[in-house]
Design a binder for this molecule. Structure first.
Ligand code: C2O
Ligand code: CU
Length: 644
């Protein structure tokens, strides 16, 4: 069973246990002794089964079970055992005692505490969580006892002044419960550690090394020798745009266009883009997704610049040294900014084009409300290609969810992922390509003399039709590609040596992704969390220039998290502990599906302060973001409440 399946199964068994324990308590209270006895057996069995599911899940990694093993199960075990001992004998004798009902309901509270902790706090288990959970279960037990049993205080005039023995016990229980609860709540307000060092040295003492401001980490002002300057001015503004297919979209745009103007360059050119903001109230920036620009050009508000407010301007300059397919988008209020249209494509081609020109299409996919748009139109777009011509399709996913592409009618090769070439990618056919949010695939094929279709997702007809020049036959119907297998990038292409030995990493960070109650941008939220916290309270990752960094990304949740680090491509090392057997794969965005554990590695060779986040932009907005900070780099742009 997959880890995600085990997570679901464990949730199910946990909830079954909760239901059984409460049902036992309630039926016992109603004096349905036989039924209660049967339910007690079921509750015990569900609890034992729970031990099994947690043990199975533990085999996938401690991150998946920590709070269950350290808190949920012990609490339930203790309360369940007490319930069996206290309620078992009277139930067998078909008697009811208030103590039995209290014990059974307390086991119910303890059973409930487990999943509540899992869903509201998750990993890592903190003392505050444990103390609050124990105290709530204790409070539940005491209140139940108070409601169901004789008052603790001795009746007036009964001769013994003060409290009975039971009263003393309850008072002590109340004090312990309240003390634990208050301590737990107090601990909630401890500040999280502001940096994580990943096992490497901490920050160099202030004054012992020069520091640099991100404001000074700017790009060159001239192209490489022989290169051109590609100058653009992009003005962000609200506009109603009529797509080529006729649909009108109320959008936020760069230059009134959807997508924004395509930016292209030859390798070595200088790209210079002046961003202006006409009327996007939240402010805008330009982030060059996947392009390893100097940090000051990265467009991350609150880290590398202030967002450009209406009337403002910012000039970005960087050299187009990196070949391939990229995109740009605002990084200020990315959600909803990108969804509403603040994005465009960036493609860098070699200085000398190899061979004769074929068809080179940039294919950004975006969803506006319910209109799925390729480039600037819905539905199927037709292109003509000469049989035998080389065709390159640059697929770009600008949405927050993955897209599945299928290419029917030709064999093809996936030659580049996130702009970086694969090593000796083989021919494939009848295979689906799942493209993560924010990711890019470059697909290459030789045009046959029959039509070829590129189909999106479920195959509602959205896609491309490549028609051979001179072809007069009917266009092909939509092929049913739903059963095609999905290409596994870890096993595609041929291996090649890696530029470093990942076992010799200088730092190792672990990011555990989940949902929990946490502070996000200064307010409480049911957040998308990284190690239990929401942005900006997730500790920074500290690195020093030149470090080899390993990162383990664990998805404890039931949603996919397309993980994206700015400024550095990462090498995919392994998934669920298994290394790939194919080409090295360098990406800037990789999908971490439910229950998956990915390992990636990168060289810290681009000093700055870099955002590291989930590219499902609603998740990013709900807290799933942190920073990778180079030692000695500071930012004058901090604006802790508004950094996406
Ligand atoms: Cu494409 Cu931080 O994002
Ligand atoms: Cu996410």
């Amino acid at each position: 069973m997959t880890t995600a399946g085990l997570i679901l199964l464990d949730h199910g068994v946990a909830l079954l246990g909760v239901a059984c324990w409460f049902a036992t308590g309630v039926t016992a209270a109603l004096r349905r002794h036989r039924l209660a006895g049967g339910l007690l057996v079921a509750a015990v069995l569900a609890t034992v089964a729970r031990v099994g599911t947690v043990a199975a899940l533990a085999g996938q990694g401690w991150w998946f079970v920590q709070e269950k093993v350290l808190l949920g199960l012990p609490l339930l075990g203790a309360a369940g055992l007490a319930a069996v001992l206290i309620a078992g004998p009277p139930l067998r004798a078909a008697r009811q005692t208030p103590g039995a009902v209290v014990a059974l309901l307390t086991a119910g509270y303890a059973a409930l505490a487990g999943p509540v902790v899992t869903f509201t706090a998750g990993y890592p288990l903190r003392w505050s969580t444990a103390l609050i959970a124990v105290s709530l279960v204790g409070a539940g037990a005491l209140l139940t006892a108070r409601v169901l049993t004789v008052p603790a205080a001795a009746p007036v005039g009964a001769g013994s002044p003060g409290l009975s023995r039971r009263g003393v016990l309850r008072l002590a229980g109340g004090v312990v419960t309240a003390g634990a609860g208050l301590t737990g709540v107090g601990l909630l307000f401890r500040d999280p550690r502001p940096v994580e060092t990943g096992g490497g040295p901490g920050p160099a003492a202030a004054g012992s090394r020069a520091t640099v401001s991100v404001a000074d980490l700017r790009g060159p002002r001239a192209p490489a020798p022989g290169g051109a300057v590609r100058r653009h001015t992009l003005t962000a503004r609200a506009a109603t745009v009529t797509l080529a297919s006729g649909t009108a979209v109320k959008a936020w745009t760069y230059d009134g266009k959807l997508p924004g103007p395509a930016i292209t360059a030859r390798q070595g050119d200088l790209i210079e883009v002046t961003l202006r903001n006409a009327d996007v109230e939240d402010g805008v920036t330009l982030h060059w997704h996947g392009y390893d620009v100097p940090c000051g050009e990265d467009g991350a508000p609150g880290a590398t610049q202030h967002a450009v407010a209406p009337g403002g301007e910012f000039v970005y300059r960087f050299r187009a040294d990196q070949l391939g397919t990229y995109w740009y988008h605002t990084h200020r209020a990315s959600h909803p900014g990108v969804r509403r249209g603040l994005y465009g494509t960036l493609v860098v081609t070699p200085r000398a084009a190899a061979g004769e020109p074929g068809l080179d299409l940039t294919v950004p996919v975006h969803t506006f409300d319910n209109a799925v748009v390729i480039g600037d139109r819905e539905g199927r777009t037709v292109h003509i290609a000469r049989p035998g011509a080389a065709v390159r399709l640059r697929l770009i996913n600008t949405d927050s969810a993955p897209h599945r592409f299928t290419l029917a009618g030709a064999t093809y090769r996936l030659v580049a992922v996130d702009g970086r070439d694969l090593n000796r990618p083989g021919e494939i056919r009848q295979t689906g390509l799942r493209l993560p949010a924010g990711g890019r695939y470059d697909v290459v094929l030789t045009m046959p003399d029959t039509p070829v279709t590129l189909n999106l997702d479920a195959g509602d007809g959205t896609g491309l039709l490549l028609r051979p020049a001179g072809h007069t036959g009917p266009d092909p119907a939509r092929p049913d590609t739903s059963r095609w297998p999905e290409l596994d990038l870890l096993h595609y292409g041929e291996p090649a040596p890696w530029p470093f030995d990942v076992r010799a990493a200088d730092r190792h960070f672990t990011l555990v992704l989940d949902r929990a109650l946490a502070m996000v941008d200064g307010g409480p939220a049911y957040a998308q969390t990284v190690v239990g916290r929401g942005h900006p309270s997730v500790p920074d990752q500290l690195v020093a220039e030149g470090d080899l960094v390993r990162c383990t990304v664990v998805n404890r949740s039931l949603e996919t998290h397309p993980w994206h680090l700015h400024g550095h491509p990462v090498l995919l090392v392994s998934r669920d502990g298994r290394r790939g057997s194919g080409s090295p794969v360098w990406v800037d965005t990789f999908d971490v599906r439910p229950g998956e554990v990915w390992e990636v590695a990168f060289r810290a060779g681009n000093p700055g302060i870099w955002m590291n986040h989930c590219h499902n932009l609603p998740h990013q907005e709900q807290g799933m973001m942190l920073r990778l900070v180079y030692d000695g780099v500071r930012t004058p742009f901090a604006d802790p409440d508004h950094t996406h």
